[in-house]
Structure formats: structure tokens, C-alpha cells
Ligand binder design. Structure first.
Ligand code: SAM
Length: 204
């Protein structure tokens, strides 16, 4: 699949509206709990990779974070978040890019990925992802991952996914990342289905 195909597919998913998306949530409660478990503060810079239209950015701004970046391949997803935020959107850095080809211009204290890494089903994609993760972070940075758990769905949005335990995620990340906290979430989709997620915090 080309970048254009990938972007177009995700744009379509966002065009369809909030409640048709299995990953929709009114608040990113589990993500905030993971930041708390990692001991992050509102002074810490945060990048939400593959953030799309997620309400995580709203929650971060509400908490007083002032250095927040949201990156996604789907301009439609980011526009939905920007429009929802209104004037507050000017306080956020928005990046439309294919994460796997992105060259980070700086490093971030917190890297957040909810339901993006698990779409990378090929080794070379995961290697590219790790190169970007490592380039966008520094010693002391935290990486928070939410992926489908081993007993989670095998597909999402028509695409195959990989499923992970926290130990398996740690194996994928390798050095210099150290697993510091883990959790399990039963995400309820807008349609009422339950999707088990693995959550993990890593520090380098
Ligand atoms: C299942 S959604 C999760 C969205 C968001 N993290 C959330 O929790 O609401 C997956 C997201 O990853 C984005 N995405 C997929 N492949 C990407 C890539 N190569 N680069 C950047 N974003 C990507 C999609 O556009 C979509 O917004």
C-alpha cells in the first residue's frame, strides 16, 4: 500500500464520523493514567503519534500541558481534532506525515501511541518505526503504548493487526527501553464490543 492509499483509507474512516470508529473514546482516561504512572508533569513535552481525531490532546490541554504535538497520516483526522478544539488548536503543533518516513525535528519527553504500532505487521515497518521513536526521544524520555492484547481483535478498520503482551512489546522495543509499568484495558467500542488492550510504559 502506498502512503496515498494509507492516508486515503484513514481519511475515509474519519469522514464516516466519531461513533463508527471502533477506537473512539470521549476521554483518553487510560492514556492519562499511564502518564500518571510514568510520573509525567504538565511541563513535559508530549507527542501523540497516529493521534488522528483522538480526544487525548483535549485532555492534555485541560491538564495544562503546553508543548503538545499530534502527528497523523490522515489530514482529515487531524482536522476533526483541530475543529473540535477551536481556538485552543493554536496551542498544538499538528503534523501531517507518514510516521515511518518522518524525520523528527526535535526530541520529546513523552511519546504516546494508542492503536498505531499494532498495525505494523512487517518487520521492516517496525524497524522504521523504532528508528523514528529513537530519533524523537532522548535519555529520560517515556514511551507509552496501547496495543491490542494477545486476546484482542485480529483486525481493525479492515486491516490485519499484531497483538502484544507488555513483555512482547518490550522485546520489540529492545535497548535502550525499559518496561516500567503495565496495565490491561477492556475498551468498549461505540458499538458495544469489548476489545482487550495491553498498555505499557517504557523509559530510556
Ligand atoms: C486506530 S486509529 C487510532 C487513533 C488514535 N491514536 C486514537 O487512539 O484515537 C490509528 C491511527 O493511526 C494513523 N496512522 C496509520 N498509519 C500511520 C502512519 N504510517 N503514519 C501516521 N499515522 C498513521 C491513522 O490515520 C489513525 O489515526
Amino acid at each position: 500500500m502506498t502512503d496515498v492509499d494509507t492516508a486515503g483509507q484513514w481519511d475515509q474512516a474519519y469522514d464516516a464520523g466519531d461513533t463508527t470508529r471502533s477506537w473512539f473514546q470521549e476521554h483518553a482516561g487510560q492514556s492519562l493514567s499511564m502518564l500518571d504512572a510514568a510520573g509525567t508533569t504538565q511541563q513535559d513535552s508530549v507527542i501523540d503519534v497516529g493521534g488522528g481525531a483522538s480526544t487525548f490532546v483535549d485532555d492534555l490541554l485541560d491538564r495544562g500541558h503546553h508543548d503538545v504535538t499530534v502527528l497523523d497520516i490522515s489530514a482529515t483526522g487531524l482536522d476533526a481534532a483541530r475543529n473540535r478544539l477551536g481556538h485552543a488548536a493554536v496551542d498544538v503543533t499538528w503534523v501531517v506525515a507518514d510516521l515511518l518516513r518522518w524525520q523528527p525535528p526535535r526530541s520529546y519527553r513523552v511519546w504516546h501511541d494508542r492503536a498505531v504500532f499494532h498495525f505494523l505487521t512487517a518487520d521492516d515497518q517496525r524497524q522504521q518505526y523504532l528508528q523514528v521513536l529513537n530519533a524523537a526521544t532522548a535519555t529520560g524520555s517515556v514511551a507509552v503504548f496501547g496495543t491490542f492484547a494477545p486476546d484482542g481483535p485480529q483486525r481493525c478498520s479492515g486491516l490485519p493487526v499484531a497483538r502484544y503482551s507488555s513483555i512482547e512489546l518490550a522485546g520489540e522495543l529492545g535497548d535502550p527501553w525499559r518496561l516500567t509499568f503495565e496495565a490491561r484495558e477492556q475498551h468498549r467500542t461505540p458499538g458495544g464490543a469489548i476489545q482487550p488492550f495491553t498498555w505499557a510504559v517504557f523509559r530510556r
